[in-house]
Design a protein around this ligand. Structure first.
Ligand SMILES: Cc1cc2nc3c(=O)[nH]c(=O)nc-3n(C[C@H](O)[C@H](O)[C@H](O)COP(=O)(O)O)c2cc1C
Length: 367
């Protein structure tokens, strides 16, 4: 099937994309001391030059002491880090692309890959990372207010540096998602509650803080997932009604595009319909959505990282049918673009026989 549907333009507020291909945010840990290097700028520029419509940066930390759990992940605050990011966005624009930083706070998730520990306090709704395992104090009101302000400042800096939009990382069991998840959000104040609508408040306030910092015309993307790295089987929304209760306050707060993270994009979200998460999010909110998860590859990403299983190029037909039917608007591609900067161009030119496998070795350098 021809990939034309992927190469139609798309606009939303400050974003004017030449096609529907989005580079998924991927942590690379090549920014020593939190500062993106010229190699990082070159890595993103190569994807921009080879027809990726929108690049989402690797997760980048907002200004809280423990927003990150790896000293080689970039910050999005501080003079040196922001100067590094300025080089990145200028390189991406020179390559003909557009880019949004993914603003991140890891919450209470620890990183087994490093012995480095961020300065305290650990931020989380109830001092847990997984249900029932409390190891620290819940966030105070002051810490919450400071975190909301930090997201707003980072977004204002992104706009000032020339980025085209911002993405908020509200997925995968990190801070914002910890507030959504009743298993680890046991607060009895306004940030907790028995319903997903109540637990959406913190995420909605992050969006509002960013909206007031960037104005009406700057696009805000929000990445969400049902699954958590702590437990793949968790669902925040068991029915379309619950999903609507979750997403509506986030959209009303100012989200423009919902980035719906699945590990396999073709899996239906609810029984009785083929629609995936991005499909339901679009139908329920009327907002544009991004799908993601094993696009163009045979295996899914958590297994390829944890077990080192390699993935082979796979057909795009199912994805293209769904895009044609307008189930979603944009398509994020992770490992296929990490392994091959030319992936989008090869798809456009029908050079599918030149596509490469993904194996964990691709993580060793910024090619
Ligand atoms: C090395 C690596 C790092 C990742 N880091 C992030 C991240 O910083 N933020 C995020 O939201 N997702 C992250 N992800 C998830 C990807 O954005 C994407 O959702 C996932 O890889 C599925 O897409 P794929 O099957 O096309 O690789 C990461 C994935 C990989 C492989």
């Amino acid at each position: 099937m021809a990939a034309e549907a992927l190469f139609r333009p798309f606009s939303c507020k400050s974003l004017h994309l030449k096609n529907r291909i989005v580079m998924a945010p991927m942590t690379r840990s090549f920014s020593p001391g939190g500062v993106p290097t010229p190699d990082v700028a070159g890595y993103y520029r190569r994807r921009a030059e080879a027809e990726v419509g929108l690049i989402l940066s690797e997760g980048t930390g907002v200004a809280r002491p423990a927003s990150l759990n790896d000293p080689n992940v970039p910050n999005f605050h501080g003079e040196q880090s922001l100067a590094g990011w300025k080089q990145v966005i200028d390189a991406v624009h020179a390559g003909g692309g557009q880019m949004a930083p993914q603003l991140w706070h890891v919450g209470s998730v620890r990183n087994p890959m490093t012995t480095w520990v961020a300065p305290p306090p650990v931020d989380s709704p109830s001092g847990m990372s997984s249900p029932g395992k409390r190891f620290t104090e819940p966030m105070t009101d002051e810490a919450i207010a400071d975190t909301l302000a930090a997201f707003g400042r980072a977004a204002a800096d992104a706009k000032r540096l020339g980025f085209d939009a911002v993405e908020i990382h509200g997925a995968h069991g990190y801070l914002i998602d910890q507030f959504f998840w009743g298993g680890v959000n046991q607060r009895s104040d306004r940030y907790g509650g028995a319903t997903i609508a109540e637990r959406a408040r913190f995420g909605a306030e992050v969006v509002k803080s960013i909206r007031s910092a960037v104005g009406e015309d700057f696009a805000i993307l929000l990445r969400l997932s049902q699954w958590k790295q702590q437990d793949f089987s968790v669902k925040l929304a068991h029915t379309p009604q619950e999903m609507e209760a979750w997403l509506t306050p986030l959209v009303e707060a100012g989200t423009d595009i919902l980035h719906c993270s699945q590990r396999r994009f073709w899996e239906p979200e609810f029984e009785g319909s083929e629609l995936n998460f991005a499909g339901w999010a679009r139908k329920l909110t009327g907002k544009p959505t991004i799908t993601v998860g094993s696009v163009g590859l045979t295996g899914e990403f958590t297994e390829s990282l944890s077990k080192g299983t390699s993935s082979k190029p796979a057909s795009l037909d199912n994805l293209l049918h769904r895009l044609e039917r307008e189930e979603f608007d944009l398509v994020a591609v992770g490992r296929a673009l990490l392994a091959d900067p030319q992936w989008a161009r090869k798809i456009h030119e029908g050079r599918n026989h030149e596509l490469s496998d993904f194996s964990k070795e691709a993580l060793a350098s910024l090619s």
